[in-house]
Design a protein around this ligand. Structure first.
Ligand code: PGA
Length: 251
């Protein structure tokens, strides 16, 4: 049984006060949710305060990125161990915006993922094709190389700390969701890749989230797909009401 994960990626939004207010508003709305893991990912500066605010609740906190070294002369970077120290249980790695704007590659995603796991964090590893790649029928080859590269060298036991997020780039922030069938097709493909590379039991257990314009009105259809195990939510996670509606999709 794969317990669904609903994760909210707040991206570069919200001050400290706004972050704490959002999570405080969210807490009662999701307090009775059952059988789902709920995660929010504020900006770095709000991690510690949001972690304090969610204590005793069923909400967990993720960072949106990390570095792969534990310490050293790496100006501007944040180590996985420091994210744990700030109260994070999760970290998003390789989001398409990082791949597009900040030079993230499968190699750096792989280093970050290994470092996050080693530090005891759960890594939410993102993959997804661009519109041009989909239109030129490269979706599966792109996903294949992203999955292989990003997860290279992981051991079976590492997968208890890995969640995969399939986020077609053309669906992020555009209001264009992949259809339930389009998403399911890629999720099945990813699970087959994992099975081939890491074995069937790893593939059966790993959660694969869908991301890209997930909203309260399309989450149920997506979650009804057998291989969609949750959602990574951007825009709709910035309001407590819409994120709570998504997180309680099974209520
Ligand atoms: P969106 O973002 O829900 O606003 O499309 C998803 C994401 O980037 O994780």
């Amino acid at each position: 049984m794969r317990i669904p994960v609903i994760a909210g990626n707040w991206k570069l939004f919200k001050t400290l006060a706004e972050s704490v207010a959002l999570v405080n508003e969210l807490k009662p709305l999701v307090a009775n949710s059952q059988g789902v893991e709920i995660v929010v990912a504020p900006v770095f500066t709000a991690l510690s305060r949001v972690s304090d605010a969610i204590k005793g609740s069923n909400i967990r906190v993720a960072a949106q990125d990390c570095y792969w070294e534990e310490e050293g002369a790496f100006t501007g970077e944040v180590a996985p161990g420091l994210l744990k120290d700030a109260g994070c249980s999760h970290v998003i790695i390789g989001h398409s915006e990082r791949r597009q704007y900040f030079g993230e590659t499968d190699l750096t995603v792989n280093k970050k993922t290994r470092a996050a796991i080693a530090a005891g964090l759960n890594a939410i590893v993102c993959v997804g094709e661009t519109l041009a790649e989909r239109e030129s029928e490269q979706t599966f080859s792109v996903i294949d190389s992203q999955i292989s590269g990003s997860l290279a060298g992981l051991a079976t036991e590492d997968f208890s700390r890995v969640v995969i997020a399939y986020e077609p780039v053309w669906a992020i922030g555009t209001g264009k969701t992949a259809s339930d069938a389009q998403a399911q097709e890629v999720h099945v493909f990813i699970r087959q890749l994992i099975s081939r590379q890491f074995g069937q039991s790893v593939a059966d257990a790993v959660r694969i989230l869908y991301g890209g314009s997930v909203k309260p009105d399309n989450v149920k259809g997506l979650m009804a797909q057998p291989d969609i195990d949750g959602a990574l939510v951007g825009g709709a996670s910035l309001k407590a009401e819409s994120f709570a509606a998504i997180a309680t999709f099974n209520a």
